[in-house]
Design a protein around this ligand. Structure first.
Ligand code: BES
Ligand code: ZN
Ligand code: ZN
Length: 495
């Protein structure tokens, strides 16, 4: 779907579907809807009076035009309650409209910039949200089916139409930014949805290399076994797929020594290892590299967005499999940091590979660490698929990331890192255990394990176990991979 902005009169714009809007319970239509209503001889306001158009968030009412408008059809989409209206509502609304366009096979869709009029949002931000919601909303994983009932239909063009020439530049800026960010998030979704027999550590590393080359990023690809990354190797040794640790580096401020490391968990399949998971839903564990996909998604954008920051993406990649070579509960592993680790549960493998990756990030000079990981089922118990768990050692940094998440509709909720969680990882045979004995407070004990390897560097851990992968679509989020938290990280890096 191509997106563009055009300076024109909405009522004179020739398209297959024209999208206008209405607030829930509003007595009066906004500018564009009122103009369309006038051209249609009062049909929209009649439907509002009769209650067919009720303005409920994301609800679309389709009107077939006879004359009066150049559009073939009009979609009136509900903005929800005015007091709840925000950029997230714009994304939801835009996604509903473009999904309706796909359903009715509209090739050219013209839309108003939702929320920039009566909604009171800034023109540029609203345009960004319109395009984000639309591009994210039409996402569909292509898959591998050879037999399809009917070929997929794609909306060809989304045009934001604005008659005020003075607003066009801001609209274009917002729309372009929205497109770049949403496409990167969709790309991350594709990587996560790709099955693990195709998205192997080797395949992921090759893709990362290609992305680094296209974007002029410094690239390294290491063999954890020969680099002293024993914690990664202890996870990888049960698998026939060779592990990898890749790093992609963007220098947006070469004079500064500051360096942000984004570290993404890249378990391309998590069977649990010898502490094998139950078979029900085990297939979903192809999503266990969602952190890695998000990091690659963000790094793929930076040479376009050009933030004045130095950013290194670090991605440890391996499968977690049971075999005669696999690590066993009770085994002790070394690590790049030198600490020894008693492995209580081989299914707590994410923290093992992150331990070495965080240590490597520090060796590469990171001054701030953000790790992104589908780390614990316990995070889903606590927050469901609604919010990402946030834990860290630096309140200021956590606040900034939580604020960025809220701005772009990716909710974040802080969980604690009390000393008791660190105590629960004391081992009698090694420097640390990889899980506590009780199975309680998993997100916090997982983070307590990582804390040992982070040390004093300001650090935020994002547990995306619940938010990375959905069982059912919701608004502009599809079933399967969501691409969380690509937008949050971009928002934060761009601020
Ligand atoms: N990859 C899982 C966590 C997960 C669960 C992600 C569900 C997405 C959906 C992780 O490696 C894991 O297995 N964690 C264990 C930790 C436990 C052994 C302390 C868990 O959640 O049970
Ligand atoms: Zn696991
Ligand atoms: Zn895992």
């Amino acid at each position: 779907m191509k997106t563009r902005v055009e300076c024109a009169s909405l009522t004179d714009f020739k398209c297959d579907l024209l999208v206008v809007n209405a607030f829930e319970g509003a007595k009066q239509l906004g500018g564009a809807a009122a103009a369309a209503d006038k051209a249609l001889g009062g049909l929209i306001s009649k439907l509002v009076r009769e209650g067919e158009i009720d303005g409920k968030l994301g609800k679309v009412t389709l009107i077939h035009c006879q004359d009066g408008l150049k559009a073939d059809k009009v979609a009136v989409v509900g903005l929800g309650k005015r007091e709840k209206f925000d950029l997230e509502a714009v994304r939801t609304v835009s996604s509903s409209a473009v999904k309706k366009a796909r359903e009715i096979k509209a090739k050219v869709v013209a839309t108003i910039n939702h929320g920039a009029g009566l909604g009171g949002l800034k023109v540029e931000e609203a345009a960004k949200a319109v395009v984000e919601g639309s591009v994210l909303g039409v996402y569909k994983f292509a898959g591998y089916a050879k037999e399809k009932e009917e070929p997929d239909f794609e909306v060809e063009q989304l045009v934001i139409v604005e008659c005020d020439r003075k607003k066009v530049a801001a609209l274009q800026k917002g729309a372009e930014l929205g497109r770049i960010i949403a496409e990167a998030e969709n790309h991350a979704r594709d990587l996560v949805n790709t099955p693990s027999n195709k998205m192997t550590p080797t395949a992921f590393a090759k893709l990362a290399q290609r992305i680094a080359k296209i974007n002029n990023l410094k690239f390294s690809s290491l063999d954890p076994k020969t680099e002293g990354m024993e914690a990664i190797w202890s996870v990888a040794r049960g698998s026939d797929e060779p592990p990898r640790l890749v790093a992609l580096e963007y220098s947006g401020n070469p004079k500064s020594k500051d360096k942000i490391a984004l570290v993404g968990k890249g378990i391309t399949f998590d069977s649990g290892g010898i502490s094998l998971k139950p078979s029900k839903k085990m297939y979903e564990m192809k999503c266990d590299m969602a952190g890695a996909a998000a990091v690659l998604g963000v790094l793929s954008l930076l040479s376009d967005l050009k933030p004045k920051k130095n950013v290194i993406g670090i991605i440890p990649l391996t499968e977690n499999m049971p075999s005669g070579h696999a690590v066993k509960p009770g085994d002790v592993s070394g690590s790049l940091a030198g600490f020894t680790i008693e492995i209580i549960n081989t299914d707590a493998e994410g923290r093992m590979i992150l331990a070495d990756a965080l240590t490597y990030a520090k060796k590469r000079g990171a001054t701030q660490l953000i790790d992104i990981a589908t780390l614990t089922g316990g995070c889903i118990v606590a927050l469901g698929d609604v919010a990402t768990g946030v834990i860290g050692n630096n309140q200021k940094l956590m606040d900034k990331i939580i604020a960025a998440g809220n701005l772009c509709g990716q909710r974040m909720w802080q969980l604690p890192l009390y000393d008791e969680y660190k105590e629960s990882l004391k081992s009698t045979v090694a420097d640390i255990k990889n899980t506590g004995e009780t199975g309680q407070a998993q997100p916090s004990t997982g983070a307590a394990f990582l804390d040992k390897f982070v040390g004093e560097v300001p650090w935020v851990h994002l547990d995306i176990a619940g938010t990375a992968f959905l069982n059912k679509e919701r608004g502009y989020l599809p079933e399967g991979a969501t691409g969380v938290p690509v937008r949050t990280l971009i928002e934060w890096l761009n601020s």
